[in-house]
Design a binder for this molecule. Sequence first.
Ligand SMILES: CC(C)(COP(=O)(O)OP(=O)(O)OC[C@H]1O[C@@H](n2cnc3c(N)ncnc32)[C@H](O)[C@@H]1OP(=O)(O)O)[C@@H](O)C(=O)NCCC(=O)NCCS
Length: 393
Amino acid sequence: MTDIKKGLAGVVVDYTAVSKVNPETNSLLYRGYPVHELAATQPFEAVAYLLWNGELPTDAALADLRATERENRALPADVKAAIDLVPLDAHPMDEVRTAASLIGARDLAGNGSVLEAGGSVEDNLERSVRLFAVLPAIVAYGQRRRRGEEIVAPRDDLDYAANFLWMTFGEEADELVVDAFNQSMILYAEHSFNASTFTARVITSTTSDLYSAVVGAIGALKGALHGGANEAVLHIFDEIGSAENVNAWLDTALAEKRKIMGFGHRVYKRGDSRVPTMKAALDALVEHYDRPEVAALYDTLESEFVSRKGIYPNLDYPSGPAYNLIGFDTLTFTPLFVAARVTGWTAHIMEQAAANALIRPLSEYNGPDERHIEGYVVDAAVLAAAERPAEAQ
Ligand SMILES: CC(C)(COP(=O)(O)OP(=O)(O)OC[C@H]1O[C@@H](n2cnc3c(N)ncnc32)[C@H](O)[C@@H]1OP(=O)(O)O)[C@@H](O)C(=O)NCCC(=O)NCCS
């Protein structure tokens, strides 16, 4: 009997130097640095640079990256037009996926790289920076158009996180809010061979191009078991209403064998290493916006669920309510995850391309036994070829 690793659980498929998840010590390192240290000290741009290049940037390198990021921030008119074609009641992830696909097609067209679509390391680094720079405009415009609001042009005097909030809300955010948002971007940036990153690596392994890999990853991230979970947490909060309803709600949900979104993790079984940092940012936002009832619901559901099931929150649990307090619509949460994770995806795409092996696992067949089309007479030549010894074929 073949030992099937359903869902590839526990299977190590390759090396990576991008990040290390250690469920035993409950730690997550990006290129060796603990993620909570990065979140406490770095702007997201510096973490993006670290993921791509392996080292934190010097002041000059950070200034260079920031200059390129500013140059590529605005939403190109044709990409905006393509977004406008997406029905307003489609999921915004469909919008982000469509925009990323068009950006790729425009960029790759006419560069003669159809047969060598993978591109050089320099090409892929430039593409990664440009995608990273334009994604906030795509996400911000998505939320605005769903609210019937006009697009807001980027501001050159603001760094990545502050400008992202500016383009979304059309007003300058407080420093505390920018800091909480910046931390969430860093915490979401990278997480080893998760489903979307692995999707990007599979696509890259066929020597397809970086954009196709990112578009595939966006599709994988859309699902509720992966990126869609932070959105689902808010739906649960809306259903429960307030802390005093938690017990009754949980009784029913568990009796119905529902999965409680924002809890559990394939790798971490004793708690997600990113949660304490994001929870501290959420607490700061709760105080800033004076919304203690959010913290009460959060804490009650967490302690009840942990005591009943022994399953701990993952990053989506604190980030959902944090994004809600900042003012993001629930449907925008997963697109925000894309804007953050594109850094990790592209770092992995470049790593995969640099030491490539086609990713092609095997399967164990469990369909019907061999059978034949009634009345079909096999051609003698075909039969002879099929019966030839393997080494002669
Ligand atoms: C993330 C997730 C898919 C990991 O799943 P996994 O490693 O495949 O673990 P399983 O789904 O096999 O879960 C093992 C057991 O815990 C239970 N469980 C895991 N997460 C649960 C949750 N969030 N709510 C209720 N039960 C849960 C499962 O029902 C299963 O119970 P069983 O053994 O009685 O059937 C899963 O925990 C989940 O669906 N969580 C909710 C979605 C989410 O927050 N995703 C974001 C991940 S960062």
